[in-house]
Design a protein around this ligand. Structure first.
Ligand code: M6R
Length: 622
């Protein structure tokens, strides 16, 4: 979704803001813009559509925009087509043409999120004489701030507070006021926004990588809180306008972690970082030969009481929940359900007395997942967040948090965060099973041993990536791909299929293998690629039979199974072998060749694999 940056200090703002926007490119966008002030009253606005490069060229790398205070934005269109007029920054005054140039306006701002009641607010403002030049909800909110600012004349904090009370939806806002040169004001509700300061500057951004070269001390403002940025000073206010104190969080990861380090794309770098992400996450959950979740507040007493688990999440995180469902029921014999957060939030839910609701989210900001968490909390359900981004809203609001230690994930397609999420789910399942007496000490020890062997096994799979690269290139022009598997293998198929779709734009479907003959098999034609996932020995033969049915109708079969299952070659045209682990943990291994397949297919098709079209890394609107 949109990216926001802001800087006020002693240096030229535009190059810093362009650099920051570059580091937020992964979030997905279709246009970009800057507003810069050079001490005086007027801000200069420049916008452009398409890639950030065109804004960089248009401003001669920021040189045509002198000034030490400014805001910037990359827009992922929601209200109104991607165009220069709809691009941010937006202004409170009337604008002609595309809205670029020196602006007379009182208020200039950028916004990430959605203003749900913007039509109603627009009508109100129109009655008060405001005119609108764009189709965006952002222009409405900027003009609303301007309205209150001029009506009450109590300054920016008051005007923003009055606006926050009237606005429904989600937002991260950064605003500059004509009468307050050198100052930036920011506010948020349910959209990410972080702030930082050094001795002579302050800055803000939608995510940490944008400011990591300037500071490691990061402030997270809460919902409906306001920040005022001055060179070297940050002030925070609550909804009453009273100044409040916030403590900074130290970012410990290296700035290099958010760079490509010689890899062609972030995605392939992050695929290779999986052994480390898994090892670090295991290290945070296991100590002294025991799983220890007590830091999250999930003590053995709490775990002993749980008799129903519900996972809720979106996209790949939902696939982790799907795997978790199989693992928890198999290992801990606890009834488990998995639900898409976007469905859970709007349906009638019957909570159970001893339920644990687990929200899984890399970003910790996904709008539907956050809404699902809030719904569960409002019903008195105990909640656990499995989150990668420290300090994110979901982490902040859940009763318990298990952090995954994947480090910053920049590629839109998740890989290492997914793998780290699986680990958190496994650790929880093993501990639940043990605490509730479903497994004995021997089995507990065996599971821990299997878990600690996963990083090296993932490394071994990565060493054979060339075979997948070759295979992906061979099928790069495939029209359709079907991923099939049963049980836990079905959950792996879902993730493999999503990777293929989002990175290589090839239509693909994941099917529970037994379902094929209930309709889908009619789509199989000569040379249709069918990828069978066969990691579960108990149902191996069944899936092989389903694959054979496809082959009989002309399909080309790829099998993904563990070493030793060589009989699969009687049916499959191409087989990828992975090391064995406990059946419950096989998703951690089987997903790697499928991630590689998605990646190399996209590369073979010449696509922008790190930033696939239409997608955003963090989906902060529903
Ligand atoms: O940040 P989250 O984990 O909550 O994001 C959930 C999904 O948007 C995300 O997994 C998405 O499906 C990825 N593009 C998958 O690669």
């Amino acid at each position: 979704m949109c990216g926001i940056v802001g800087y006020t200090g002693q240096q030229q703002a535009a190059p810093i803001l362009l650099d920051g926007l570059g580091r937020l490119e992964y979030r997905g966008y279709d246009s970009a813009g800057l507003a810069i002030r050079d001490g005086g009253a007027l801000a200069q606005v420049v916008k452009s559509t398409g890639k950030l490069r065109s804004l960089i060229e248009k401003t001669d790398e920021g040189r045509t925009l002198p000034g030490t205070c400014g805001i910037g934005h990359t827009r992922w269109a929601t209200h109104g087509e991607p165009s220069q007029t709809n691009a941010h920054p937006h202004v409170s005054g009337n604008c002609t043409g595309s809205g670029s140039g020196k602006v007379e306006s009182e208020v200039v701002g950028v916004h990430n999120g959605i203003i749900e009641n913007y039509m109603e607010l627009k009508a109100k403002l129109t009655r008060h004489g405001y005119q609108f030049y764009s189709e965006t909800d952002t222009e409405v909110v900027i003009k609303l701030v301007d309205y209150y600012y001029n009506k009450y004349k109590l300054g920016p904090v008051d005007a923003i507070n009055r606006t926050l009370v009237r606005v429904r939806g989600s937002y991260a806002l950064a605003l500059m006021f004509r009468d307050y040169p050198g100052e930036i004001y920011a506010a948020r509700k349910d959209a990410p926004l972080i702030l930082g300061a050094g001795s002579d500057f302050s800055c803000l951004a939608s995510d940490v990588p944008a400011i990591l070269n300037y500071t490691r001390s990061v402030y997270y403002i809460g919902n409906l809180e306001i920040a005022k940025l001055l060179p070297g000073e940050l002030h925070f206010f609550d909804l009453n306008g009273d100044e409040i104190t916030l403590e900074p969080t130290k970012i410990t990861w290296d700035a290099k972690a958010a760079e490509k380090n010689g890899y062609e794309h972030f995605m392939i770098k992050e695929i290779h970082e999986q052994p480390e992400a898994v090892r670090n996450t295991l290290g945070s959950l296991i100590s002294g030969g025991k799983i220890d979740l007590s830091e999250s507040g999930l003590t053995d007493e709490v775990l002993a009481d749980i008799d129903f688990v519900r996972f809720t999440a979106c996209g790949s995180a939902w696939h982790v929940g799907m795997t978790g469902q199989y693992v928890l029921e198999e290992m801990a014999a606890i009834e488990t359900r998995v639900e898409l957060a976007s469905e859970y939030r709007y349906r009638r839910v019957l909570p159970r007395g001893h339920e644990l609701l687990i929200v899984i989210s890399q970003s910790g900001e996904t709008a539907d997942s956050l809404a699902a968490l809030r719904k569960a909390k409002s019903m008195g359900v105990r909640t656990l967040a499995i989150v990668n981004v420290v300090g994110s809203t979901i982490a902040h609001e859940a009763d318990h948090v298990l952090y995954t230690h994947a480090g910053p994930e920049i590629a839109v397609a998740t890989t290492k965060a997914y793998s780290a999420q699986l680990i958190a789910v496994y650790a929880l399942a093993v501990q639940l099973a043990y605490v509730q007496g479903k497994i004995d000490g021997q089995a507990y020890g065996n599971y821990l041993e299997e878990l600690s062997a996963l990083p090296d096994k993932i490394t071994r799979i990565l060493e054979e990536k060339e075979r997948i690269q070759w295979f992906a290139a061979k099928f790069a022009s495939a029209k359709d791909i079907f991923f099939v598997g049963r049980g836990l293998d079905y959950s792996i198929s879902l993730e493999g299929s999503l990777k293929a779709k989002e990175i290589s734009y090839v239509h693909s479907e994941a099917y529970a293998a037994g379902e094929l003959k209930h309709g889908t098999i009619s789509l199989i034609e000569d040379n249709t690629l069918v990828i069978g996932v066969l990691t579960q020995s108990a149902i191996f033969e069944k899936t092989v039979s389903n694959m054979a049915e496809c082959k009989a109708r002309g399909a080309y079969l790829m099998a993904l199974t563990s070493y030793g299952n060589y009989s699969v070659e009687d049916s499959a045209d191409f087989t990828v072998y992975i090391p064995k682990s406990d059946p419950c943990f096989m998703a951690s291994l089987a997903v790697v060749p499928l991630q590689l397949f998605g990646y190399y297919s996209g590369v073979a098709r010449g696509l922008d694999v790190d930033k696939p079209r239409n997608l955003a890394k963090s989906v902060t609107v529903e």
